[in-house]
Each structure stands twice: as structure tokens, then as C-alpha cells.
Design a protein around this ligand. Structure first.
Ligand code: UDX
Length: 460
């Protein structure tokens, strides 16, 4: 059975969800208050870079199965199920999530609903939000109309949004009735038939599932970055170490890539929002753990900044620094809380002349960090540079020819902030290469530190 669905909020999550629901055969109406975005989507164009999305949009907008509007009342009139996909950014006033958009959407729907329907939250929200929204909806819909709330978090990764929506690792259905579970199972029938595990939970577990998953991923990254620091101070190799750890199925190799740390629209703000919720609930262990994950992530960025200063003989004033990468991760044009831009900005503010190149994110980066200079090729970033820095692991950077790039720079000095380069090749071409957790600090300083600690421990 196909359903009439609305998807409210057409950002990374919502636009992808809308297109994928149409792909599953449903009739979909996408809603957003941003007229520019809706106009692009109506033309079958993706407002951001996401592999496979443009094809789905074009196909299903053309077939008429997928429509877009700025009027939430149209969605309320036409759909039986409403997916809420609006953003929950970090509040300007603190660490907690800003729920203004979620509340506004739910109020907007509740005011116009005239038929039985299910409101399904997908936005990442603090635990307890769904139950509160349930009461809020019940208080507003006309008598005789049933409009319940369910929570169905998503785990999609940017750059893999389409595949993660059509073939997710699991489906979480946070419901308060067997009837709502049936409705959701119907919508996801094809996905479930393909063998996707389904977890039916209460609303609170569903809400926490998303933030806890992101917190765990963030913790893995911060763990390996703290271990990278330990490796830099002791002469160990964090990549080899991660490979050893990763072979243990209880640990797993994923998310153990040391570097400039995590960024993006989810992990940083989600751990802060979870910490704020934990604080409010008195869960002090969670508060402390999450604060350290956040601190370790910022420290990972700062160590790369420090290494750049050290490589430039202690002062970056007037130094030309070529930065490769601005997006928070490869295959994305998203620069929200990007570690690459953080490092680039920090060096600029200390007087360096920073030139940034990103294959897809230059435009978005310029909008948030206009003070930096953006160039159209890695070669231009490298030309005349005193130092080159790889800060986003785009595959094209790993393919750069160290001998050719050597002919462009002033000094053959490079920091690999993502452990993406073949260190032997670069060193053989005469480069002084520093990589995170593999000699980011000066080798003589690391040797002296380990010798001192070794003899101090040996004396015990
Ligand atoms: C994340 C979650 O993975 C996803 O399940 C959730 O729905 C949304 O948040 P995304 O923001 O797309 O997805 O990014 P992700 O691929 O998780 O990467 C997050 C950050 O961690 C990036 O900056 C990435 O470069 C960094 N990272 C990741 C590392 O530094 N090391 C790693 O080993 C893995």
C-alpha cells in the first residue's frame, strides 16, 4: 500500500527523505519555508550536494509523485503521515537544542489538520520532546480528529543520504500504539522486506537512540585523537594502532581515524544538546563524559594549529599557508562546524596568508569565513606556500603528486591533518611531513619526552 506523505523541512535530511519516500512509491509533498529552496526542488534540483539525490528529485518531480510547497496547510490537507525533518541547531544562548522550528511546525500542522493522521518526528531532539509534542497536538486538533505523534530517528550520513535512507542499518519506530507501528511498517514495507532490522521502542528510547549513537561515534573519534596525542608524545604510530584495535570486533575499525577531529551539522551540536539534557536530568556521568569528548575534539584541532606554527619556525605572521579542504568531511559541501575551516581561520587570525581550496565547499566556506582567500585548484593553494595543510580527506588530495607539488611551493612542508597521504612517497620527494599521531610534534621533542618518562617509570 502506498501512502500520502508530507515531509516538513527540506534540508539534508528532509529533501533526501522526501525523494526516497517517492522512490518507495509514496505520494509525497515536501514543505519548507525557504522559497528559494522550494523553487529549486520544484525544478527537480538538489539545493546541496548529495550523491544520487538530484536523479531521484528529477525523476519523481517529473512523474508528479513528488511535489513541493511553502504552505504547511497543503500538507495538512493532503497527507496522512507527516514527517518532521526541520533543524534543531544549537541554541544561541547555550548548549541545548533550539526547538523553535519543531514547535512551529507541529503547531502549524495541528492548527490545520482536519483528518486523522500520524505526525512522525525525525529531527534530532532532546529526550522528552515527543511526549510533550503529543500533548501539544492533542490540545489543538479539532475534536473527532485523531493525530498522534511517533518518533522515527534517522542515522543518515551526509554524502550517503540516499543509500542510508533506502537501505538503512536499522529502523527505529518509537510509538505509543500498535496501530501507529502498523502505519510506519506500511510506509517502510519495502525497506523492511529487504531485511532491515526494526526496533520498536517507546518515544523516549527512540529519541535517545539517535543522540546516543552520535555521542558514541564522537567518543570514538575523540578517543583516537587523544590516543594520537599519546602516540605523538611517545613515538607510536596511531594508524597502525587503530588497525590493531579495529581487528577486535568488540571495538571495530570505523571512526578510529585520527585527525583534526569531528565536525558537521550533527556530532558537535548533538553531544552538546545531550550534555544539556543529561545535566537537566542529573545524569552527571554522562555530562562529564560528553564534556571531555567535546574538549578532546577542540584539542585535536588546536594541536594541528600548534604544529603549523611550529613548522613555520614559531610564527605564522606573513607566512603563506595553503589549505586543502574546507568541508567538514569529503563528498560534502557542508562547512558547518568544519575542523578545516576552524584551523584555517585560526592561522589567518594569527597573521598567516591562508589560501583555501575545496572541490565543492568553497562557496559555502566563503559565506561563513569571508576573510579567507579561496582558490580554484590545489595547485593555486600550493603556489609559493611556506606550508601546505591537508584538512579534509578528499580522495583527490591523496592522489596529488608530491614531486609535482614540490615544484610549486616555497618550502616543502606539509601537515597531513587526516592521515590521508602516503608519508613515504612525500618524504622521498623531499617533503617534511607531519601527520596526526604519526610524528605531528618535533621528533627530537617526542624522543626526549619518552626517554624522560621511560627512565622516570623505570626508576620506580
Ligand atoms: C553523522 C552520523 O554518522 C549519522 O549517523 C547521523 O545521522 C548524522 O551525523 P555526518 O554528520 O554525515 O553523520 O558525518 P560522519 O560521517 O559521521 O562524520 C562526522 C565527523 O567525524 C566528520 O567531520 C569526519 O571527518 C569525522 N571523523 C569521522 C573523523 O574524524 N574520524 C573518523 O574516523 C570518522
Amino acid at each position: 500500500m502506498t501512502s500520502a506523505i508530507s515531509v516538513i523541512g527540506t534540508g539534508y535530511l528532509g529533501a533526501t527523505h522526501a525523494a526516497c519516500m517517492a522512490e518507495l512509491g509514496h505520494t509525497v509533498i515536501g514543505v519548507d519555508s525557504n522559497v528559494h529552496k522550494i523553487n529549486l526542488l520544484r525544478d527537480g534540483l538538489a539545493p546541496f550536494s548529495e550523491p544520487g539525490l538530484a536523479d531521484l528529485l528529477r525523476t519523481h518531480v517529473a512523474s508528479g509523485r513528488l511535489r513541493f510547497t511553502t504552505d504547511i496547510r497543503e500538507a495538512a490537507e493532503q497527507a496522512d503521515m507527516h514527517f518532521v525533518c526541520v533543524g534543531t541547531p544549537q541554541a544561541a544562548s547555550g548548549a541545548a537544542a533550539d526547538l523553535t522550528a519543531v514547535n512551529a511546525v507541529v503547531d502549524g500542522l495541528a492548527a490545520s489538520i482536519r483528518r486523522d493522521c500520524l505526525i512522525v518526528g525525525k529531527s534530532t531532539v532532546p529526550v522528552g520532546t515527543a511526549a510533550r509534542l503529543r500533548d501539544r497536538v492533542a490540545a489543538q486538533v479539532p475534536s473527532g480528529v485523531s493525530a498522534n505523534v511517533a518518533w522515527n530517528p534517522e542515522f543518515l550520513r551526509e554524502g550517503h543520504g540516499v543509500e542510508d535512507t533506502l537501505s538503512p542499518t536499522r529502523l527505529v519506530l518509537g510509538v505509543t500504539s500498535a496501530g501507529d507501528e502498523r502505519l510506519l511498517r506500511d510506509v517502510y514495507r519495502a525497506v523492511i522486506a529487504a531485511g532491515t532490522p526494526v526496533h520498536v521502542t517507546d518515544l523516549e528510547t527512540a529519541e535517545l537512540a539517535k543522540t546516543a549513537a552520535n555521542a558514541f561515534l564522537a567518543m570514538k573519534v575523540s578517543f583516537i585523537n587523544a590516543t594520537a596525542d599519546l602516540s605523538d608524545r611517545s613515538g607510536a604510530d596511531v594508524v597502525a594502532l587503530a588497525d590493531v584495535l579495529g581487528d577486535d570486533p568488540r571495538i571495530g575499525r570505523a571512526f578510529l581515524n585520527a585527525g583534526v577531529g569531528f565536525g558537521g551539522g550533527c556530532l558537535p551540536k548533538d553531544i552538546r544538546a545531550l550534555a544539556a539534557t543529561a545535566e537537566a536530568l542529573g545524569a552527571t556521568d554522562a555530562v562529564r563524559l560528553l564534556a571531555e569528548v567535546d574538549n578532546a575534539n577542540i584539542a585535536a584541532r588546536e594541536r594541528v594549529v600548534d604544529a603549523a606554527v611550529e613548522l613555520c619556525d614559531g610564527d605564522v605572521t606573513g607566512q603563506r599557508i595553503g589549505v586543502l579542504g574546507a568541508a567538514f568531511k569529503p563528498r560534502s559541501d557542508d562547512v558547518r562546524d568544519s575542523p578545516a575551516l576552524y584551523v584555517a581561520h585560526e592561522l589567518h587570525s594569527r597573521g598567516a596568508k591562508v589560501r583555501v581550496y575545496d572541490p565543492e565547499a568553497n562557496v559555502n566556506a566563503r559565506a561563513v569565513r569571508p576573510e579567507l582567500r579561496y582558490v580554484a585548484s590545489p595547485d593555486t593553494a600550493a603556489r609559493g606556500a611556506d606550508l601546505l595543510m591537508l584538512l579534509t580527506d578528499w580522495p583527490e588530495f591523496a592522489r596529488l603528486d608530491p614531486a609535482a607539488v614540490a615544484g610549486l611551493v616555497k618550502h616543502r612542508r606539509i601537515i597531513d591533518g587526516r592521515n590521508a597521504l602516503d608519508a613515504d612517497r612525500w618524504t622521498a620527494a623531499g617533503w617534511q611531513l607531519r601527520a596526526v599521531g604519526r610524528g605531528l610534534r618535533r621528533a627530537d621533542a617526542a624522543r626526549a619526552a619518552i626517554a624522560e618518562v621511560g627512565s622516570a617509570l623505570g626508576r620506580r
